[in-house]
Design a binder for this molecule. Structure first.
Ligand SMILES: Cc1cc2nc3c(=O)[nH]c(=O)nc-3n(C[C@H](O)[C@H](O)[C@H](O)COP(=O)(O)OP(=O)(O)OC[C@H]3O[C@@H](n4cnc5c(N)ncnc54)[C@H](O)[C@@H]3O)c2cc1C
Length: 508
């Protein structure tokens, strides 16, 4: 429909709503009238706490000062995810945010590592050739850019999701976004086009707009409730449909990584923040009752619980269209993939980036809408395969859940990727895929999928030369990691939150 977009209405004030408001205000605020409506009575999910490195680009777009951001959201730094008991009980591996090793003559490092490891045998140490892994296990963190051949330290944040929404709300208010409090009870549509024209609150207020951004959470108030876009259900591959979440007291130094531990019917997360640790058990209720999940979660906390465990229910998948007519859905309103690789906030960010790139200033053009839908659903599909790989490659078969996962079918796209790697050690994961070679290799090899062969080119290299190269690289990583301060010290010095300062003061 050819109608100039002047007034935007964002429905929902969780992370998605405020991320959209802040980015639109910063980039197009001069030409747009931006409104956000949220309901305190309904509240927000408030559990998205772990992120991945592209969030730095979002912060750059907003021009946010990193120390202020870390302080205000009680954040810590994250170098990757430690996966415990996924391949087999008692085994763990690290999925880091940076490359392992270095290409030699433009040839991927993992081929060299495989050739070397086959000859020497012993410890299975692929990600020990990665700086983030070495620093994470030493508990170290600092700003460390790349220097020539030497890698820099890649990172993201772990933060308090409620404080994050508040932080962005203040940011948006300062840039002219108008906030409305109220519960939307009905939605008005144009009688011919079906475009949404206004939302109406319980106390009778009408809020009109040209473009509506649905950030109303799982309910998808406009995208589903009004436009009935339909939902693609992926439970046949990712059967998790529940989570219980509980914060606990922090007891030790804060680790610069998230931990995901495989359990009898799913997995638990542990996310250390400055003032507390976030925990949750993501599970399938076909295999575990909610009461049992709560008991198991409370039994694996490393500090006293700070609240009652909270239950969240979801269906893995996505809306069949995430942009329809003049409604764009972001966040949980657009779909949900379990938080195993911390991708939900990233999907909000990439949705916003695309919306800005495709912004329909002079009206909604169907070909633009179609392209947006294709691009977003490509991301969903790619992440879905990556998540399924964590379950399918495992050797675990010790509970009904793990046996069910072992027996389930895989999507063809994943099957092809795994087959190619197993048979030839070749791995293709290129832009615009979110998870590239580094991530796939860490997870596939960490979960125990080893190729039958390495590339013939590397087989011709002398064993001693290869060994020397490997040990030099390891030594360089060790010394780079040792040059960094401890993570806790870094946070205390660089960006202590008010909570951490109080804790430091009371500890003397
Ligand atoms: C168990 C779990 C763990 C997660 N962990 C992570 C993680 O580690 N990393 C990560 O990136 N993501 C994670 N996520 C996802 C993350 O929490 C969400 O992507 C993020 O919080 C965005 O939520 P949202 O803003 O879409 O929805 P919500 O937080 O649900 O916000 C919805 C908003 O809509 C408003 N609203 C709804 N209906 C109405 C109405 N009728 N009238 C007015 N307002 C209304 C509500 O008041 C609220 O403001 C996790 C999610 C879950 C469920």
């Amino acid at each position: 429909m050819q109608q100039t977009i002047r007034k935007i209405v964002i429905v929902g004030g969780g992370s998605a709503g405020w991320m959209a408001a802040a980015a639109l205000a910063k980039t197009l605020g001069e030409s747009l009238d931006i409104h956000l409506i949220e309901s305190e009575e309904i509240g927000i999910v408030g559990v998205g706490e772990a992120t991945i490195p592209p969030i730095l680009k979002y912060n750059d777009l907003l021009g946010i000062d990193e120390a202020t951001f870390v302080r205000e959201t009680n954040a810590t730094y994250k170098l990757g995810i430690e996966f415990v008991d996924w391949r087999a009980k008692g085994h763990s591996y690290f999925h880091p945010f940076g490359h392992s090793g270095r290409e030699i003559e433009s040839f991927p490092f993992h081929h060299y590592w495989l050739a070397d490891w086959r000859r020497r045998g012993g410890e299975y140490d692929y990600t020990q050739f990665n700086l983030e892994t070495v620093a994470a296990y030493k508990g170290r963190f600092g700003y460390l850019p790349a220097e020539g051949d030497k890698p820099g330290l890649n990172y993201a944040f772990q933060f308090d999701a409620v404080l994050y929404a508040k932080f962005l709300r203040n940011y948006s208010a300062e840039r002219g976004v108008t906030r409305h409090e109220g519960r939307i009870v009905s939605v008005e549509q144009h009688p011919e086009s079906g475009f949404v024209t206004a939302v109406v609150t319980a106390d009778g207020r009408r809020l009109e707009g040209d473009l509506f951004i649905d950030c109303s959470g799982f309910r998808g108030l406009l995208i589903e409730g009004t436009l009935n876009c339909g939902y693609e259900d992926w439970s046949r591959w990712l059967p998790m449909n529940s989570a219980v979440a509980v914060p606990c007291e922090r007891v030790a130094d804060i680790t610069p990584y998230t931990r995901a531990t495989a359990r009898e019917a799913g997995w638990t997360w542990r996310i250390p923040l400055q003032h507390r640790t976030g925990n949750g058990y993501v599970f399938s209720d076909q295999f575990l009752s909610v009461e049992d999940a709560k008991t198991r979660l409370l039994g694996c906390l490393d500090g006293a619980p700070l609240a009652e465990p909270r239950l969240l229910k979801f269906v893995t998948g996505h809306r069949k269209r995430v942009w329809d007519k003049n409604v764009v859905a972001l966040g949980l309103a657009s779909g949900f993939l379990e938080p195993l690789e911390s991708t939900a906030i990233h999907l909000v960010q990439s949705g916003i980036t695309r919306l800005l790139a495709f912004f329909p200033k002079t009206g909604i053009v169907p070909s633009v809408v179609a392209q947006y839908n294709r691009d977003v659903l490509f991301d969903y599909n790619n992440i879905k395969d990556f998540l399924i790989a964590h379950y399918k490659i495992s050797e675990r078969d010790d509970t009904p859940f793990w046996r069910w996962v072992q027996a389930m079918e895989m999507p063809d796209s994943l099957k092809e990727r795994l087959d190619m790697f197993r048979e030839t050690a070749l791995l293709i994961a290129r832009e615009p895929e979110l998870f590239r070679e580094t991530s796939w290799l860490a997870v596939m090899m960490g979960q125990g999928l080893l190729p039958k062969t390495s590339h013939p080119i590397v087989e011709t290299i002398e064993a001693a030369d290869l060994r020397l190269h490997m040990s030099r690289w390891r030594k360089m990583l060790e010394s780079r990691a040792d040059s960094l301060p401890g993570h806790e010290d870094y946070v205390r010095r660089f960006a202590p939150s008010a909570d951490l300062k109080m804790r430091m003061a009371s500890a003397g």
